[in-house]
Design a protein around this ligand. Sequence first.
Ligand SMILES: NC(=O)c1ccc[n+]([C@@H]2O[C@H](COP(=O)([O-])OP(=O)(O)OC[C@H]3O[C@@H](n4cnc5c(N)ncnc54)[C@H](OP(=O)(O)O)[C@@H]3O)[C@@H](O)[C@H]2O)c1
Length: 362
Amino acid sequence: MNATDFIVVRNDLQQCKVIETELPDAAALPADALLVKVTRFALTANNITYAVIGEQLKYWQLFPAPEGYGIIPVWGLGEVIASKHPNVAVGETLFGYFPMASHLVIEAADVSKRGLRDAAAHRQQVSPVYNAYSRVSGDPTYAGRNGDYRALLLPLFMLSFLVDDFLAENEFYGARRVVLSSASSKTAFGLAHLLHKRKGLRVIGLTSKGNVDFVTSLGCYDEVVTYDQVTAMPQAEPVAYVDMAGNSALRETLHRHFGAQMVYSGRVGLTHRASEPDEPALPGARPVWFFAPDQIRKRAREWGPGGVDQRFGAAWAELAPHLPDWIKVVERRGPAAVREAYLKTLEGRVPPDQGLILSLAE
Ligand SMILES: NC(=O)c1ccc[n+]([C@@H]2O[C@H](COP(=O)([O-])OP(=O)(O)OC[C@H]3O[C@@H](n4cnc5c(N)ncnc54)[C@H](OP(=O)(O)O)[C@@H]3O)[C@@H](O)[C@H]2O)c1
C-alpha cells in the first residue's frame, strides 16, 4: 500500500504536487511507533504562513520531504492503524499537528490518558505544542463536525485568546479602540468576539471590499472599514492595532495616520504576504511581534497548573456554538481536490465563510 504526500517547492509555493511513497510495513515499525492515517485536516491562511516562515521557524523539519520541497503542517485528526506502543490501541483517534499527507509515523512518548508526544529526533527543534497529540477517541467534542471546527479554529483561537488576555492585562495601552486587519480571518474574528465582550471598547475590523458583508454579519465588530478607507478613521483618540495581514504599506499608512495616538502595534499574521524585511521607523508605538509562547508561559506561572487550559476551554465552549452560523464546512477529498483547495488558499480565493476540511487518505 502507498502513502500520499502533498509537497510544495519551499521557495515557490505555487509549485506543488502529490507524490506516492511506500507505506511503512506495520510489522516492521520500531518499538513504540504508531502508524497514523490522517483522516481529515483543516487548511486556512495560517498554514500558508507556516510555509512562508517554514525555514525560519523550522516547520519544514517536522515532516521530511525531497530536497527543495516541504510538506506543510496542518491541524487535524488521525486514526491509529498500527501500533507498537503497549498503551495505544489500533483505532484510536488523535488530534494534533499533521503533515498534508495520508499517513504519519509517530514515535510515541510520554503517553498519558489524555495525550502523547512524537519524540522523533527531527521534530525536537520546534515548540513542544507542535509535537503534542490529544487522545480524543469517544470525546463528542471532537466527533463529526465538532472535530472539523476544532481543526479549523482551535489553534487559531488560542492566539485570539492570548492577545485578548495580553491587551486586557495591559489595559489596552490606554486605547478604547482596537483595530484588527484581515478582519475576516478566523484568528481575527475569534479575537474580535472576545474583545467585543469587554466593556467600553470599540472593535474595528479592516477588510477587503468583497468581505465586508461577511465581517459585518459576524456581529462582533463595532465598525468595518475597507483597506482603501482607513485614512478616514477619526484620529483624535488612542488606538491599538493588531495586525493579521502583515502588510507593510498598510501598517505604514495606519501609523502615519494615527501618529502618536497609535499606542500599541502588534504583529500577529502575514495573510497578505506583503511584509517588507526593512521597514522605516514609524510614528507611534514601535511595531512588535506578539509572541504567544511568552504569554502562555507567563499565565501558566500565574494561573497555576491547568489554569490556562481551564480558562481557554471555557472561552472555546462559549465560542463553539456560534461557529456553524459563521463558517460552513466544505469537505474535499483526494489529490486533485486538495491541490485545488491549496492553490485557492494560497491565492486568497477561499470565501471567509468557508472552512476547508481536506483528506488525502483513501
Ligand atoms: N503568530 C501566531 O502565533 C499566529 C497564530 C494564529 C494565526 N496567526 C496568523 O493569523 C493570520 C490569519 O490566519 P487564519 O488562518 O485565521 O486566516 P483565514 O481564516 O484563512 O483568513 C482568510 C482571510 O485572510 C485574508 N487573506 C487570506 N489570504 C490572502 C491573500 N493571499 N491575500 C490577501 N488577503 C488574504 C483575507 O481577509 P481580508 O479580506 O479580511 O483581509 C481572507 O478572508 C495568518 O497569517 C496566521 O498565520 C498567527
